[in-house]
Every structure is written in C-alpha cells, then in structure tokens.
Design a protein around this ligand. Structure first.
Ligand code: SF4
Length: 692
C-alpha cells in the first residue's frame, strides 16, 4: 500500500539483514526489518547508515567508450563486437569476466550463462575467490557439495561457539549481536575466539586463543586427536563417515606446539570442546585467506564429523561469508571451477544437462582461471578482452600494483559499476553505468542459505541499468537473441529455479525447484526463505541424518597436515603482515566512504604494531610508518597497541588511490594461493616497517 515501507536486504555483509526502505521528500529512510529472520529488526552501523550512501554525486550516468559519453546501443554494440572479434581471433579462453559478490543472483546467473554456455570458456571468476573459495573447496571435499549445514539459530542454541579467524563483532555485527544476546540470556553459553589478534570480538569471549598465524590446522588436528583420546567420537554417526583412520594418523603426526599456544590453554579448549555436545564452529577469513585454507576448513569439519556434531540444533561447522551474495554466486556457479546449481564442471553428465537446459552452443570442459591466474593471464596477454563487474581489483587483489598494470595493458577492458571513480574504472576502455543497491530488483542468499529479495525503492540516475540487462544486451548482440531474451529478474529467477530441479535430479543439494513457476507477483512478494525449497521440504539443516552428496553417500574426513604460510619472514622483511576490515567501512569504500558518519570511526589507513616493536623502531604513536613488502609500499599511520603481538602487524584493506594514495595495502600482499581453492593468502605476507 502507498506509504508502506519496501522490504529489501542490506547491501553489505553476508549476514543478509532485512531492511525497510521508505522513500520520502527528505530522502530515503532505512530501518531494520523486524520480520526478517536474519536480523529481527537489528542493524549495525553500516546498515543503519545506508540512507546516507544513496546520493547521486559521483555516479556514472551514461555509458562511455574511450572516455566519450554515448548511448547504450552504441556502447553495447561496441562491447559485443570486440568480444566477438577476440573470440574469432584468439578463441574462447582469450575472454574473461571478473565479477562480484555484490551482484544479485539474477545478474550472476546471466553472467555465468553467457560465459560458460555461450562464449564457451570457464574464465569467469569473482571477488568471492578472495572471500570463501577455501570453504567451497573444503565443503566439496567433505560433503560432496558446497553446503552450509546449519543455520544462524544454531549459534543461539549452542552451548559452545568457537570463532576461528573471525572478527565477528566488526565484520558480521548483527550475527555477533545475536550471539551476545543469547549469551546474556544464557550465561552458560561459552565463546572461544581463535585469532592471532585480540580483536573487539574478544569482548564476547570466555577464552581467547592467540594462535600463531596460519597454524589453525595444527590446532584442529590436535583437537581431533584429543577427541579420539578422550572417547568423544560418535560411533553411530561414524557409520555415515569415511576416512577417520587416515585423518587421525595425520592429526596425531602434527605437533600442537606449532600453534604457539600454552599447553594449558590448549588443554582448556580441547577439554571444553570434547565435553560439550552442542558446539558450533564459526569460521571466516582467517581460515579462508590462507595457502592452507582448504585444509583448515577440513580440519574443522573433521572434528564435527568425528563427533556427529553436525546438522542438529546448536551443532555444526558454520562458514560466515563476507559479501551480501557470496552464496548466491556459489549457487549459480559464478566461480571458475563450478557449474550452475552446485553441479561439477568436470562431470560430463552435469555439463550435458546444463548444455541441454540452456540450449548452449558450447560448454567448457575444464575449469577456468581463478582470480590470481586470471589477472596473470591478462598480464601475459593470454586474456585480451576483460569485463569487470562491480568490483575493484586494481585495489583489492593481492599484488595490486601488478594487477593494476596488467589491466591497464589489456587490449580491451569493460567496467560496469555505479561510479567512474574507482581505481579500476579509470583503466577501462568502456564504462557501463550500473543501477545501484536501492535501485534494482533481485535476490541474494546469505550465510545461512536464506534467499531474500533486494527491491528497488529509488529510480536509477541517468541511464544506469541493472547488471542482468547489461549482460543480456551484450549476449543478444553477440548473436544469442533467444537465450538472453529476459523481461526481468523474475524470469531469470524462474529459469535458475528450474535448473536447480535438474541439478537435484543429478543428486545435488541446491534445490529451489518449488519456486520454478513462481509468478511475477509471487516473486515481487517473495518472503525470505531458506533453501532447499522443494515440494516436500523448506529449509532446515543438512547432514544430521548422515546422508551426504558424495558418490558413496558418506561424509568424508580428509587427512590434512599443518603447513606454515608461504611467505617467510627474513631480515629484510621481518614482520608478519595481517590484513582485514574495519567496523564502519566496506571493501574499497565506493558506498560506505560516502557517509561522513561512517568515516568518523577510523578516518585513515593505519598500521597496528606492538609497543615493543614501535619503541625499537623509533615509531611514535600517531606518527607515520613506511611499510614495504617485495611487492609494494605504503605509508600508514602508526597505531601502537598490544592487540597485535611482537613481530606481527595489521592494516585495514579499504583505502584506494583516490581516498589514500599511499594506503593501498593489498599492493603489499603476496599473491600466494591455496593449491586447492586458489584463494590468496591475504593474512600472512611479510613486510618491513620503518619511520617515514
Ligand atoms: Fe548489513 Fe551486515 Fe550490518 Fe546486517 S550485519 S546491517 S547485513 S552490514
């Protein structure tokens, strides 16, 4: 009804909070949605400031080709012609898309279909590769598919919540608020925080384990050995699991002393874990962003599989994702090594099913280039036409200077974004103005599998368009008129839901086939719903019944061994360099940087360094430090604090060439990747520090 607020979903993190949007003469107002299952009305500082970020200053209003404003027809004709020409001359793998967990599921679906089914390459990867690719790989190894077993309610129902590599208080604040409220109501709920830094999340913790950087595998292998030694395995559940003996052998071979933790601290943690049945292990970027990220994930999953503490209320491993739609991207197959709907790219039966469904002229048989490899391909000239959508890799990729230079030298680069003022947009040959959050319609999936609508409350400025429409326009101009003839996001959603039914018949978990024939009105009114959504089931947990998606139907414990981070400290680069987010900024600040309120929290890039190191180096508090790695250099404000340990420093990731020219910290990060997931090790590079 007129005047009723419009229900939508927050633009930022993977908690996926519901928001109520009310446009008015004074501008947009934003409130938490009391009926949304993720947040029940709560918002964090970023969500509460969304209304301050929807202005039109700095928006990209019209397409530009070689710096000259033009109309959509000319711009899309040009993009299609250049992609066609590159395909003709250099083949499908000379073209690549680098997309984003900021895209809506419908946008993502069309991008993936265009690249994998029609261009015929799997060279589509996403900034989710920097976020949770190791979790995807770990889930697939253990479960046979990329399934989050549990729900947010499990954190509230647990008796022990273990946070690993997760500054939940700043990075997933509303989930942290829910956990804090549960703990206040039930003080027996214990929280353990495993993190090299003493972050604000420690305020909630009963126990902090400052694990040595990268040594989570040793910590959880020690736990698995302790579970076995104390008789805490679940023999009945283990009938549904394979690999216990091999996983135990490798676990026992690792020395928990690698963690750098006191034996008494380890004993407290292991004892608490073993005697508490209702355990949830929440893990995030400290686990994922590592050259042993996939093994870390499996070390955690092994402990839950061995004890059967999975898929039941208050129990299970739980990955919290960084971005609003990291999960939706995974569901449509937006990673270079996945097909749609959790189908396997390397599986010929799955490929044939998707090809038939799309009536696609060609399908790649091999995975494409993952993010770091993708930009290496741009650098080497193997990739000659690149489309970057809603993300800023010239700032956010490891070895960011090298990535920036590679993009600058690419023969043809298209950037779709809401503004031309990003470091990446400045390098584009073609700029395409995208509709922003609050102006477009679609769905996102949050960290606990809840699909929510994002809805438009504002009109897009200039001639900005939704991403699905831009992608479909190029697809049609490349000659695939019928395949990309969509009249709106509801039609794309129905196609995606129908394809999920095909995937379910091939034994996959992601099944929303009951929504295949949702009407436009039904889609417009769609309430948040946790998948699966089938004729017989909505939502719930996975694996409590011991049924997995592996060929044998059993869960798999994976033998893993601890490995140190790839970069080795030396006399030249003696400090371990950790990176992460701050509470009130988001990614490269395209949106959050617009809000003066958010910028007041921490206004400039900084380096956390231990007081003893600062004294030794002659660094004054609030002075400036030169921070140098083999890959780049920064000048950062010195923040002297014992939140970090001696020999370790931390810097936030958000600043760009425009907002702080000397503060692009990903320029320092080594592009070392996990061998299974391809995810870069963003938290354990090495640097030198000196007074500026
Ligand atoms: Fe938005 Fe995440 Fe904050 Fe919720 S917790 S309001 S989704 S940034």
């Amino acid at each position: 009804a007129e005047g009723e607020p419009i229900r939508s979903t927050c633009a930022y993190c993977g908690v996926g909070c519901g928001v109520l949007l009310t446009p008015g003469a004074e501008g947009l107002s934003v409130a938490g949605d009391p009926d949304h299952p993720a947040n029940h009305g709560r918002l964090c500082s970023k969500g509460a400031a969304l209304a301050e970020t929807v202005g039109h200053a700095d928006r990209l209003l019209h397409p530009q080709v070689d710096g000259i404003e033009t109309g959509w027809d000319r711009a899309l004709d040009h993009v299609a012609e250049r992609f066609r020409q590159t395909l003709r001359e250099h083949g499908p793998d000379s073209v690549a898309f680098y997309v984003s967990g900021q895209m809506l599921t419908e946008d993502y679906y069309v991008a993936n279909k265009l690249m994998k089914g029609f261009i015929g390459s799997a060279n589509i990867d996403t900034n989710s590769r920097l976020c949770m690719a190791s979790t995807v790989a770990g889930h697939r190894r253990a479960f046979g598919t990329d399934t989050v077993p549990g729900t947010y309610e499990d954190l509230e129902e647990a008796d022990l919540v273990v946070l690993v590599g997760s500054n939940l208080a700043w990075c997933h604040p509303v989930l942290c608020q829910r956990l804090a409220a549960a703990k206040a109501a039930r003080p027996g709920l214990r929280v353990v925080n495993i993190d090299p830094r003493r972050t604000p999340t420690c305020d909630l913790a009963d126990l902090h384990l400052p694990v040595a950087p990268g040594e989570d595998v040793a910590l959880f292998n020690g736990l698995l050995a302790a579970i076995d030694a104390r008789g805490a395995t679940d023999a009945a559940y283990l009938a549904h699991v394979e690999g216990l003996d091999a996983a135990l052998d490798t676990a026992r071979a690792d020395d928990p002393a690698r963690t750098g933790l006191d034996a008494s601290l380890l004993e407290r943690f292991y004892g608490l874990w073993c005697r508490t049945e209702k355990v949830v292990t929440v893990f995030s970027q400290g686990v994922n962003q590592s050259t042993s990220g996939t093994d870390k994930v499996n070390a955690i999953l092994n402990c839950h599989l061995a004890t059967g503490r999975i898929g039941r209320p208050g129990m299970g491993p739980f990955s919290v994702t960084g971005q609003p739609n990291a999960m939706g991207g995974r569901e449509v197959g937006g990673l270079a090594n996945m097909l749609a709907c959790h189908l396997e790219l390397e599986d010929p039966v799955a490929r044939a099913a998707v090809r038939d469904f799309w009536d696609a002229p060609r399908m790649p048989e091999r995975p494409g280039r993952k993010a770091v490899e993708l930009f290496r391909g741009v650098e080497s000239g193997a990739i000659r036409a690149l489309w970057i959508i809603n993300t800023n890799p010239a700032v956010s990729m490891p070895e960011a200077d090298r990535v920036r230079d590679a993009i600058a030298a690419c023969p043809f680069t298209v950037v779709s974004d809401i503004t031309a003022r990003t470091d990446t947009a400045r390098l584009a040959h073609v700029l395409l103005p995208a509709a922003a959050w609050g102006e477009k319609d679609g769905t996102v999936t949050n960290s606990d599998r809840t699909i929510s609508r994002q809805r438009a409350a504002l009109s897009a400025p200039g001639t900005a368009r939704p991403d699905w429409a831009i992608l479909a326009g190029v697809g049609q101009r490349m000659g695939w008129v019928r395949a990309f003839d969509y009249d709106g996001p509801a039609e794309i959603f129905r196609e995606h839901a129908t394809l999920s039914g095909v995937a379910a018949r091939l034994g996959r978990d992601f099944d929303i086939s009951a929504l295949s024939d949702i009407s436009d009105a039904g889609y417009a009114a769609l309430s948040p719903v946790r998948w699966p959504v089938t004729a017989t089931r909505t939502g719930g947990r996975f694996f409590g019944d011991g049924r997995f998606f592996t060929p044998s139907g059993k869960g798999r414990m994976v033998p893993v061994s601890a490995r140190a981070p790839a970069s080795v400290a030396s006399a030249d680069y003696p400090f371990r360099f950790n990176t992460g987010r701050i509470r009130d900024q988001w990614h490269t600040m395209t949106r959050s940087g617009v809000s003066p309120r958010l910028s007041r929290h921490l206004a400039e890039p900084f380096l956390e360094i231990h007081p003893d190191d600062a004294t030794r180096l002659g660094l004054a508090p609030a002075g400036l430090a030169d921070v140098t790695s083999p890959h780049g250099a920064c000048v950062l404000r010195v923040l002297v604090t014992d939140r970090v340990r001696r020999g370790e420093v931390f810097a936030p990731i958000h600043w760009t060439a425009e907002t702080a020219p000397s503060g692009r910290v990903d320029a320092l990060v080594a592009a070392e990747v996990d061998p299974v997931s391809g995810q870069p090790e963003s938290k354990a590079s090495v640097v030198s520090v000196a007074p500026f």
